[in-house]
Ligand binder design. Structure first.
Ligand SMILES: Cc1cc2nc3c(=O)[nH]c(=O)nc-3n(C[C@H](O)[C@H](O)[C@H](O)COP(=O)(O)OP(=O)(O)OC[C@H]3O[C@@H](n4cnc5c(N)ncnc54)[C@H](O)[C@@H]3O)c2cc1C
Length: 380
């Protein structure tokens, strides 16, 4: 067992940290206030190879593994979770679905432009009536000659309004439950495909979360992604990787909440001394640091297993569940350590407090992670 990062991993971590400090930190407050999608930053991330971290160079990727991907998402989210979730949904959901289920032609056609950031990707599984119960989707894809015709809507789709490419899960065989679902690639500009309502969110406000609407949307037959009827199965494989990135997102925000708390506890004086001298504050910082480290180990273990081509359903869910709950606790303590200043927008604690909550909801709620973990534990 080796707990050390390689030189290359440390170099990547430093590069992303410096980028986030220089290019993201100065804008975080304004992007959050105005819910502005940081399009130019996303393009810059693409030029740095961070929009296709986990894909091999022959598909335009950086050729890194999940360990490096976790480091990158953590460093981005430490400064702004919105940027973290934009990269995560693009990479480990949309692009990765194409990578793991796509034909060679589909990989070559879509991945290089996604990996370079020229195109932005979205992944659409959730619907108004089917969230945790994703198998109850109602959006349909009907065969018509050589084409598929999509009808219905998807809700809460990250990058939805900015996506050039969307992977969409739809019903192809009604009455067959999860085995009747298939995945499709839909390109922006296809008649009958549009982004609908943009959500006005509690947190991660600079990320886009939109409805996708399909009205007699005709796509070519070759845009079927994977085998018919295997869309749900593939989506669950995609989520095994996606949950590692939500863990990394939570980890970054928890670490950011700890960073600002430590800083503040040294600066803020009450009763003639820094509040960090009070044991009550020290214990909060100690508990936060310990839990964050445990969350990091769970996340890196899941990433390591993924890089070693092992099944990670159990470990990804454990990492996602634990890290997201740690992040919520850490952000809560960060506000407490900041006192009244934790409640106002001039300090970063307030934003972490709002942003982290998504981690216990997206890509399967904490309740669903517990179901997945328990199911894995009790099965033969
Ligand atoms: C900011 C944001 C970004 C998102 N991005 C995407 C995206 O890019 N693509 C995408 O497809 N989706 C996305 N989602 C959707 C997200 O994955 C769903 O919101 C989530 O899976 C929960 O579904 P739901 O909101 O319908 O809640 P519901 O499923 O209605 O759950 C409501 C409550 O009931 C609980 N519950 C449900 N079923 C059970 C059960 N069997 N046992 C115990 N408790 C249960 C849940 O845990 C929760 O507490 C996003 C959501 C948000 C908020």
């Amino acid at each position: 067992m080796d707990f050390q990062f390689t030189e290359e991993q440390l170099h990547l971590q430093k590069m992303v940290r410096e980028f986030a400090t220089r290019e993201i930190a100065p804008h975080v407050h304004e992007w959050d206030e105005s819910s502005r999608f940081p399009l130019e930053t996303v393009k810059q991330l693409g030029r740095l190879g961070l929009m296709g971290c986990i894909f091999p160079p022959e598909y335009g990727g950086a050729g890194y593994g999940y360990i490096e991907y976790v480091l990158a998402i953590e460093e981005l989210s430490r400064v702004d979770g919105s940027v973290g979730i934009i990269v995560a949904a693009h990479t480990s959901l949309c692009s990765n679905h194409i990578f793991i289920a796509g034909s060679e032609e589909q990989r070559r056609r879509y991945l290089p432009r996604l990996a370079s950031g020229e195109h932005i990707g979205a992944w659409a599984l959730t619907e108004p009536g089917s969230g945790s119960d994703a198998g109850a989707a109602r959006c349909t894809a009907t065969r018509r000659g050589n084409c598929w015709v999509l009808n219905g809507s998807k809700s809460f789709i990250t990058n939805g309004a900015y996506a050039d490419v969307a992977v969409v899960v739809a019903v192809t065989d009604k009455g067959h439950g999860t085995r009747g679902l298939s995945a499709f690639i839909v390109e922006r500009g296809t008649p009958g495909f549009r982004a609908g309502k943009k959500e006005n969110k509690l947190g991660l406000r600079a990320s886009d979360t939109s409805e996708l609407v399909f009205e007699e949307c005709v796509i070519p037959g070759e845009n079927l992604l994977g085998k018919p009827g295997e869309g749900f199965k593939d989506a669950m494989r995609v989520l095994d990787g996606g949950r590692i990135s939500i863990a990394a997102l939570g980890l970054g925000m928890a670490a950011g909440a700890h960073d600002c708390s430590l800083r503040y506890s040294r600066q803020r004086k009450q009763f003639g001394q820094p509040i960090g001298d009070f044991q009550a504050i020290q214990w909060k910082l100690a508990d936060m640091a310990t839990e964050i480290d445990a969350a990091r180990l769970l996340t890196l273990r899941a990433a390591w297993l993924k890089d070693n081509h092992r099944r990670t359903t159990l470990e990804s869910s454990m990492a996602k569940l634990y890290t997201s709950e740690v992040a919520v606790r850490a952000a809560n303590e960060a506000v407490q350590i900041h006192g009244g200043y934790g409640f106002i927008k001039d300090y970063p604690a307030e934003k972490f407090y709002r942003d982290v909550k998504l981690c216990t909801i997206g890509e399967g709620t904490s309740e669903i992670q517990r179901l997945v973990i328990a199911r894995e534990l009790v099965k033969e």
